[in-house]
Design a binder for this molecule. Sequence first.
Ligand code: ADP
Ligand code: MG
Length: 666
Amino acid sequence: MKRLEDLRGVGPKRLETLAKNGITSLKTLLAVLPVGYVDALNPSPIGQLTQEAHCVEGVVLESPRRHFYSGKSVVRTRLGDGSGAISLSWFNQPWMATQLNKGDSLLIYGKVGYYQGQPAMINPKKIQQRGIEPVYRAMPGLPGKTFSSLVRQALDSTTEEEAETLPAWFCERWQLCGKRFAWEQAHFPTSQPLLSEAKRRLAFENLLLYQTALLSVGQRGRAGLPFKSQEEALNRYWEALPFAPTEGQRAALQDVFDDLNSGYAMGRLLQGDVGSGKTAVAFGAAWLAACSGYQCALMAPTEILARQHTASAAKLLAPLGVTAGLLTGSLGIRERREALGRIEDGSWQLVIGTQALISQGVRFKNLGLVITDEQHRFGVRQRQTLAEKPGDGAQAHMLALSATPIPRSLALVLYGDLEVSLIQEKPPGRLPVKTRIVPEGKRDDLFDYILASAKRGEQCFYVCPLVEEDEEQSAKSVKETYQYLKKGPLKALRVGIVYGQQEDAQKAQAISLFSAGELDVLVASSVIEVGVDVPGATLMVIEDAERFGLAQLHQLRGRVGRGKKESWCFLLGQPNDRLEVMTQSDDGFFIAQKDLEQRGPGQFFGTLQHGRDLPDAFGVGDIRLLEETTRCLKSLVQDPEKKAFLRDLTLLSREVFGHVFASGRH
Ligand code: ADP
Ligand code: MG
């Protein structure tokens, strides 16, 4: 196989540019896959366009007209294909007016938008050659033509054997085409069916390797610290709680109990919708650790949440004699030193904190259990780093809590290394949160409602999407909204503010005032999205609701409906199919499924921290494929004859995804 520098047009400077884009060999060059294709072989019917980039073909319906629009020339016409019509505009390309005639047939490519309810394209590109053109992500210093020429040369100098990563029997068993052929079609497609085969091959390999890497860093099959919990301890815990556990909570803690006593390292994911009471299970696990003489670390994604857990621990665990303390990045030097001391000498049995827990210098006396709350905010690396903290290769038990209900097929990829416990019900007496979409014209009614509720002593979260004014969009900043509400419509009320960039102490103060009922309204950014538990709050207002993902809206809405009173969630924005989903259901799994259907797995994953580690190109587009690779990996693990192959696969997976899973151990 040639080297990069052997290719025509690659000198020292280009070599550097390539390296900057992560390309250091022919293989890494070929592995840069297109992010999309312009398919001029199969134009989309105009009547079925979605708001994405499309190729369309049709007849020019009217003679193009030239206008001037704020000093710019605009050429406008319409294109029809029997299924519908779309309006086309070219800015600053006056010659288009003479190039096009009514009745001409035209093949173009562009992003579809909507203008006054009608589909429209601005500056569409005329397509000369009928084919499928790859589109690559922008790479500075590497124009598309140059890149294509390098890929062409690389392919021409690579044989099938050199390219292949999987054995023939395996490709046959899972119906995968050869790797060289896949690369050829991915970069220079000749037809949709062949391109699909290529994508399948590359995506299958990608996902399989990702899942293999995940499995190899995970806890499965590793020896665990010996806990010696007694059933009695479990019972004592439930008796000491101020409420009776739900069936789901009881069963989940029983799973944990069994894991801890199994001799293997626990790797368990606790999934339950917002408000299902995962904290009580987590504290139960911490209690079991304490009973066996081990420390427990509980890592939360935000300082607010960590502080809240510390307060809950004082209520739920202190009566049982468990000592707990807080370690976050905002502690002063003296406080931090003191905290580190208590962690190291073991006088804190439960250590609650943020990512500061995995920072250097944190040494536990005998860490036995690691809990990560709102796991979707962390990466695999972070949770695993903490689990490896005990040193000497010992592995702490691990429990991950997640309120983002992930459809099963996706969970198999994200959490392939974990066993799952599910809490399906909510604590008794909860009323579903009623959800309404509030269009712009009804804002005043909304303010009246907030005022009336405040009179009854009910509290309101008022969520704004962005902190600073976004230039392009008209999103309200938290600060502006706060000023506006406080001086305007809600001036009769006690209004507070909390957002991400605030000093931690200010954040903590706002939340604690609100929790104590000393504020009626808390204007907030999405920092309150996870975990915040204020049972007195019954109203959730979300500005610019369209800007949030459905899963995120569901999380936000989960901040209310925690007490016995009826709660409401108001989504400000224009009614549309996406927001309607929120009004139809209060069930996180239903909503996640819809979110997935509407946005596709790629975007769905993008909103999860964990998902960002996933391979981008061709990887997560197809749920059936995810299920297939999961089945494939399972069959390999279970077959003793495939041990050697699985080992090879693991080595390869480390090569490809090593950067994602590299342990943060110092
Ligand atoms: P989440 O699963 O979203 O983390 P929390 O653990 O914060 O939920 O619990 C939500 C609220 O429900 C808390 O106020 C908690 O005290 C309360 N809670 C939890 N379990 C029960 C139960 N079995 N009965 C009554 N209230 C409960
Ligand atoms: Mg929680």
